[in-house]
Design a protein around this ligand. Structure first.
Ligand code: HEM
Length: 134
C-alpha cells in the first residue's frame, strides 16, 4: 500500500536524519586519515563542521522517532517488536552518549574507544530501525 503524505514526511525525515548521523560518521572516519595527512589542525575543523550537522540530525531522529511511535498502533505490534524497540532505544542512548564522549575525549585511547562504540552503535540503530519498519 502507498504511504500517506504525512507518513512519507515522517519516515523521510527519520531516514534522512539517520543518513546524516550514521552515514556521516562513516564518511568522516574515512576522510580523517587523508585530512590529517594534509593538515593535522584541519581534522578538528572537519569534526566541528560535522558536529554542526550531526547533532541537529540526532535531535531530528529522536523527535521523529517519538513521532513514529505516535503513528504506530502499539496494541497491534508483537511482543518481539516491542522488545526490539526497547533494545533500539537503549542503543540510541549509547549512540548519543558515546558520540558525545568521543567529542570530549583527550587521549588517543579515549578517542578510539568512544569513536568505535559510536560507530558500531550508530550502525546498530539503523539496522534495528529497518527491522521495526512496518
Ligand atoms: C540514532 C538514532 C536512530 C536511527 C539511526 C534510526 C534509524 C531508523 C531507520 C533506518 C528506520 C527504518 C525506516 C524505514 O525503513 O522506513 C527506523 C524506523 C523506526 N524508528 Fe528509528 N532511528 C533512530 C532513533 C529512533 C528513536 C529514538 C525512536 C523512538 C523513540 C525510533 C523509532 C522508530 C520506529 C518506531 C520505527 C518504525 C517506523 C515505521 O515503520 O513507521 N527511532 N529508524
Amino acid at each position: 500500500m502507498l504511504a500517506s503524505a504525512i507518513d512519507g514526511i515522517r519516515l523521510s525525515l527519520h531516514v534522512l536524519a539517520a543518513a546524516i548521523w550514521v552515514g556521516g560518521q562513516i564518511t568522516l572516519a574515512g576522510l580523517v586519515p587523508s585530512i590529517r595527512r594534509l593538515s593535522p589542525e584541519a581534522t578538528k575543523a572537519a569534526a566541528n563542521a560535522f558536529a554542526r550537522l550531526s547533532w541537529p540530525a540526532f535531535a531530528v531522529l529522536v523527535l521523529t522517532g517519538f513521532w513514529n511511535l505516535g503513528a504506530i498502533n502499539m496494541s497491534s505490534q508483537s511482543t518481539a517488536w516491542k522488545i526490539v524497540l526497547g533494545v533500539k532505544i537503549a542503543v540510541v542512548v549509547i549512540s548519543g552518549l558515546s558520540a558525545y564522549l568521543h567529542t570530549k575525549a583527550k587521549s588517543t585511547v579515549g578517542l578510539a574507544l568512544w569513536g568505535s562504540i559510536a560507530g558500531v552503535s550508530a550502525v546498530a540503530t539503523l539496522v534495528i530501525g529497518v527491522f521495526l519498519a512496518n
